[in-house]
Design a protein around this ligand. Structure first.
Ligand code: ADP
Length: 838
C-alpha cells in the first residue's frame, strides 16, 4: 500500500501570508506617513505652484515685449525673441507637469487656459525653430496670438486658492496611489495564497480519506486472501457459535463446502460427540467471562470430526475477538493425522530399537559370561600350573598362553565396557586419588612391554603438581592404560613421555592436562579423523602382531566424555603421536593412604570358605587359590544345597556363583540372609562372569557383600578378602599395612627395632586395657593418652590403629561420650589386626 500523503507544509503558507500582510502593512504605513508629511508640506507646495504661475506670467510678458519690440521695429534682436520663447516654453512645460496631478482639469476653465497657453507655445515653437526670415515674417501674427493668449495667462495666474489646493492634492493622491496599489495587491496575493492553502488542505483531507478507505479495502482483501490461502483451516464463528467464515483449507480438512456450513453452529458439525459437552461448557464459560481452557491457550491437540463422521486429531489455536457486532471466535486448525501416525510409528520404532539394544546388551552379557567362565578355568589353571615345577620351555609356553588369554579377556572387557558406557545408568564414582600414583602404576604396568620394544617410558609434572583429586579410578585407569598402552604398543626403540600439567585452578576445580607423547609410527592423516571411532584400527598387518580390536580409543573417548573432559590427538607418520586429555577435577587434600592402591597380600587369618559353583573347573580353580593362601574350603554345586548346609554349618565366607541349576545364587543368598541359620550374617561374595554394573547392583540387593568377577585372579581374590576381613571404624574399611618395617629395621638395627616394638606393644596393650576396664576414665585423660600412643603407632606405620586412637581423642575433646565409647568398643578388633601385622 502506498504511504498516505503527508500534510502540506503549512509553515510555508503561513509565512507567505504573513510576509504579504507585513509588506501590505508597510505600504499602508508609508502611505499614512506620506499623508502626514504631505499635510505638513502642503502650504509650501501651494506656494511653489503660485510661484510657477507668476513666473509663467513674467516669462509670457517678457516674450510678448520682445516680440512687440521687433514687430514695432525698435529692435531687431531675433535671438532675444527666441531666448525669451524658450524660457516661456520651459515654464509652460513645467506648469503642465504640475497640472498633470490635477484630477478635475477636464471640467475647469483653468484647463482650457492652460491648453490655450500650451497651444500658443506649440504653435509659436515651429516659427521659433525656423530660419530668421520665416520667423520675421510670422512675428506680427505671433504677436497677435500672444495678445489673444494673454487672458488665458491671466486666468491661470489668478487661479483661485481651491484650484491650487486641488492641483497640489492631485499630485499627492497620485503619489499615494502609487503606494496603496501594491499594498492592496499584496493583501490580495496573501488572500489568494491562504485560499489556495485551504483548498490544498481540503484536497489533502479528501485524498487521505480516500487512501484510508483504499488501505482498509486492501487490508480486508489481503486478510481474506490469507485466510483463504492459509494451509491451516480457519473457522470463524459468532458469539452464538454460528459459522461466519470457513476457508478453503477448512473445507478440505472437514469435507464440507463453505456455502453449506455458513450460518450453522459449528459444534455439531466439526466436534466429535464425546467432546460436545465439554465444548458447550467451554463456550458458556467464555461467554460468561469465566476460566478459558482452550481459548487463547496457544496450540492444543484435540479430536475433530470429519463430514464423513470419522474422528481425527487436529492441532487447534482458538482466539476470541471483541468487535462492534459482539464477540467472535477464530479457530486455526491443522490436521495432524499424518504427524500423529508418524509419531506413533517413531515411538514404536524407538521401542523396538531400545528392545534391540537391550537384547544386544543381554547378548553381550551372556556371551561375556559364556566366554569368561571357560576363560576363568583356563587362566586359573595357568596361574596354578605356573606355581608347579616347570622347565623353562614349559614356563614360556604357559606365559604365551597367559598372554593370549589376557588379550582375549581384554577384548571381552572392551566389549563390556562399551555396553557399560552406552547404558544410561552409567555413573561416575568419585574418590580421592593421587594422579602421581596412578600414572606411576600405569607406567609400571607397561614397563615390561616397553622394555621388550626397547622403549623408555617416563613421566613428570609440568609446573606445580596437583596430585590429589576426586576422580573415578576405574575410568581414569581406563584412559591412561589405553593411551599409554597404545603409545608403548606402537613405539619401537623410542620414547614415551607422559606429562601432567595443572593449567589453572578455580574454586577448587583443577584443570589438568595429561599429554601422552610417543616417538612411534604415528597415525596416517586419513585415519586420524576416525581414530576415536569404534572398531577402527590402523595397519591391519601391524595390529595383528600387537593385537587390538579398535575399541580402545572409542572407550577412551567415552571415558573422557563421562568425566566431562576433552581429548585430541596430533600425529605425524614416522614421527610420533601426542594424545592430549583435558579434565577438570576437584582438587582435594591427600588422604593417609590411597584407597585405590591394590592390597594384594594374603590376609593373616585362615578362613573357612564355602564355594557354591556348578562349573567344576571353576570350583577347582577357586579352591586351589584359596588353599594356596592357607584357607580351608567346602564345595557345593547349587544354591539349594548351600541354603540347607548354611543352616547349621558355620563358614567365615561363602563364594556364590550366580547362574546355577535348582536355585540360583541370588535366591540362595536371600534365603540365607532372611533365615535364622548360623550363616545369616556370614559374608557372601558373588562369583560371576557378569561384569555389568547394573547386574552387579542386583547381587548386592539380594544381600551379597561384594562381587568377584570371573576369570578370578589370585591378586583380585586376595584384595577382596583384605577389604572384607579388615575391621571398620565409622564405616571405613581398615587394615594395617606396615610395609615400612623393613625400612625402619634397617635404619634402627634389629636390636633397637625389636626393643622399640616391644615398648609400643606394651604401651598399646596397657592403653587398650585401661580404656576397656569398666567405667569410662576422665575424658581429658583419654584424650591425652590416646594422643600419646597414636604418636607411637605412627612410628610403626600402624595407620588404622593410630586413626582409631585419634578418633577417640577427637570424640573425647568434643565431650562426645557416646562416640568415645563406640570407638573404644571397636578398638580391640583394630588392635588385634595391627598386632598381627607388626
Ligand atoms: P586398539 O584397541 O585395537 O588398540 P585403538 O582404538 O586403541 O584400538 O586404536 C585404534 C588405532 O589407532 C590403532 O589400530 C592404531 O592404528 C592407531 N593408534 C592408536 N594410538 C596410536 C599411537 N600412539 N601411535 C600410532 N598409532 C596409534
Amino acid at each position: 500500500m502506498p504511504p498516505l500523503r503527508t500534510f502540506p507544509n503549512w509553515n510555508h503558507y503561513i509565512q507567505l501570508i504573513l510576509s504579504g500582510l507585513v509588506v501590505a502593512g508597510g505600504i499602508v504605513f508609508l502611505n499614512i506617513t506620506f499623508s502626514n508629511d504631505f499635510s505638513k508640506r502642503e502650504p509650501v507646495w501651494a506656494d511653489s505652484v503660485r510661484q510657477e504661475l507668476a513666473q509663467l506670467e513674467t516669462e509670457f510678458f517678457n516674450f510678448s515685449e520682445h516680440l512687440n519690440n521687433v514687430v514695432s521695429g525698435s529692435s531687431s534682436d531675433l535671438a532675444a525673441v527666441r531666448s525669451r520663447f524658450y524660457t516661456l516654453y520651459g515654464q509652460a512645460t513645467k506648469l503642465e507637469l504640475v497640472y498633470a496631478y490635477w484630477s478635475s482639469k477636464e471640467n475647469n476653465d483653468h484647463a482650457q487656459a492652460l491648453e490655450a497657453v500650451r497651444a500658443f507655445a506649440d504653435a509659436t515653437a515651429q516659427f521659433i525653430v525656423a530660419d530668421d526670415l520665416v520667423l520675421e515674417t510670422a512675428l506680427p501674427d505671433l504677436l497677435a496670438d500672444a495678445d489673444a493668449t494673454r487672458p488665458s495667462v491671466h486666468k491661470l495666474i489668478n487661479s483661485p486658492e481651491d484650484f491650487i489646493t486641488s492641483v497640489v492634492y492631485g499630485g499627492h493622491n497620485v503619489l499615494a496611489a502609487t503606494f496603496v496599489k501594491p499594498a492592496i495587491l499584496f493583501i490580495l496575493l496573501g488572500l489568494v495564497l491562504a485560499l489556495g492553502s485551504l483548498v490544498d488542505y481540503l484536497r489533502y483531507l479528501k485524498i487521505q480519506k480516500y487512501e484510508q478507505l483504499r488501505a482498509a479495502e486492501e487490508t480486508l482483501t489481503r486478510i481474506d486472501t490469507i485466510v483463504q490461502t492459509s494451509l491451516d483451516g480457519v473457522v470463524v464463528a459468532g458469539g452464538d457459535s454460528s459459522i461466519i467464515a470457513f476457508n478453503t483449507a477448512a473445507e478440505s480438512i472437514f469435507g464440507y463446502k463453505a456455502k453449506d456450513v455458513l450460518g450453522k453452529p459449528f459444534g455439531p458439525l466439526i466436534i466429535p460427540g464425546h467432546l460436545l459437552d465439554a465444548h458447550s461448557a467451554g463456550m458458556e464459560r467464555a461467554r460468561a467471562g469465566g476460566e478459558r481452557r482452550v481459548i487463547g491457550k496457544g496450540r492444543v491437540q484435540l479430536d475433530a470430526k470429519h463430514a464423513n463422521g470419522c474422528t481425527f486429531p487436529v492441532e487447534l489455536a482458538l482466539q476470541s475477538v471483541e468487535t462492534e457486532q459482539g464477540t467472535i471466535f477464530v479457530a486455526f486448525l491443522r490436521d495432524i493425522s499424518t504427524r500423529v501416525n508418524a509419531e506413533t510409528e517413531l515411538i514404536l520404532a524407538r521401542d523396538q530399537a531400545l528392545a534391540t539394544a537391550r537384547l544386544r546388551s543381554r547378548f553381550l552379557v551372556t556371551m561375556s559370561h559364556e566366554i569368561r567362565t571357560p576363560l576363568n578355568g583356563l587362566l586359573g589353571n595357568l596361574d596354578l600350573i605356573k606355581n608347579t615345577n616347570l622347565n623353562r620351555k614349559q614356563l614360556s609356553y604357559i606365559e604365551d598362553m597367559e598372554t593370549s588369554g589376557a588379550l582375549l579377556l581384554q577384548h571381552v572387557s572392551d566389549v563390556l565396557d562399551l555396553t557399560r558406557y552406552d547404558s544410561r545408568n552409567f555413573k561416575l564414582r568419585e574418590v580421592p586419588l593421587s594422579l602421581a600414583a596412578f600414572v606411576q602404576s600405569t607406567v609400571d604396568s607397561q614397563s615390561g612391554v616397553a622394555a621388550q620394544n626397547n622403549t623408555i617410558v617416563e613421566w613428570g609434572w609440568i609446573g606445580l603438581p596437583q596430585n590429589w583429586v576426586l576422580a573415578d579410578p576405574d575410568v581414569l585407569r581406563h584412559i591412561l592404560m589405553n593411551l599409554v598402552g597404545n603409545a608403548v604398543k606402537f613405539t619401537r626403540n623410542g620414547l614415551v613421555k607422559i606429562s601432567l600439567q595443572l593449567s589453572e585452578i578455580v574454586d577448587g576445580a583443577a584443570k589438568i592436562i595429561i599429554r601422552i607423547s610417543d616417538t612411534g609410527q604415528g597415525i596416517k592423516d586419513d585415519l586420524k579423523p576416525f581414530i576415536f571411532d569404534d572398531f577402527v584400527t590402523g595397519s591391519v598387518a601391524y595390529d595383528r602382531t600387537v593385537g587390538g580390536s579398535g575399541l580402545g580409543l572409542g572407550i577412551v573417548r567415552r571415558s573422557v566424555n563421562a568425566m566431562g573432559g576433552q581429548i585430541d590427538v596430533e600425529s605425524k607418520p614416522n614421527v610420533g603421536s601426542t594424545f592430549e586429555v583435558r579434565l577438570t577435577l576437584v582438587a582435594t587434600q591427600p588422604v593417609a593412604e590411597d584407597p585405590n592402591a591394590p592390597h594384594d597380600y594374603k590376609i593373616a587369618e585362615p578362613l573357612h570358605v564355602l564355594i557354591v559353583e556348578d562349573n567344576e573347573i571353576n570350583r577347582v580353580v577357586t579352591r586351589e587359590m584359596l588353599e594356596t593362601d592357607g584357607h580351608s574350603t567346602m564345595e557345593l554345586q547349587d544354591g539349594a544345597s548351600a541354603v540347607e548346609l548354611c543352616q547349621n554349618t558355620q563358614f567365615d565366607l561363602i563364594l556364590m556363583d550366580i547362574s546355577m541349576p535348582v536355585m540360583d545364587g541370588r535366591n540362595a543368598t536371600r534365603i540365607i540372609r532372611d533365615g535364622t541359620g548360623v550363616c545369616a550374617q556370614t559374608p557372601i561374595l558373588a562369583l560371576t562372569a557378569n561384569a555389568l554394573a547394573s547386574e552387579q547392583a542386583t547381587f548386592l540387593d539380594a544381600g551379597m557383600n561384594g562381587v568377584l568377577i570371573k576369570p578370578l585372579s589370585l591378586s583380585v581374590l586376595r584384595q577382596t578378602l583384605n577389604e572384607l576381613f579388615t575391621k571398620t571404624i565409622g564405616g571405613q574399611v581398615l587394615e594395617e599395612k606396615v610395609s615400612h618395617h623393613a625400612e625402619m629395621r634397617s635404619v634402627l638395627g634389629d636390636v633397637t627395632f625389636d626393643q622399640m616394638r616391644a615398648l609400643f606393644l606394651a604401651e598399646a596393650e596397657e592403653l587398650n586395657c585401661w580404656l576397656s576396664s569398666g567405667a569410662l576414665p576422665a575424658l581429658e585423660d583419654i584424650s591425652r593418652r590416646c594422643h600419646q600412643t597414636a604418636g607411637s603407632a605412627a612410628l610403626f606405620g600402624a595407620h588404622y590403629y593410630r586413626t582409631a586412637l585419634n578418633a577417640i581423642k577427637d570424640a573425647a575433646d568434643a565431650k562426645n561420650t557416646t562416640e568415645v565409647a563406640s570407638g573404644i568398643a571397636s578398638l580391640d578388633a583394630v588392635w588385634r589386626q595391627t598386632e598381627r601385622a607388626i
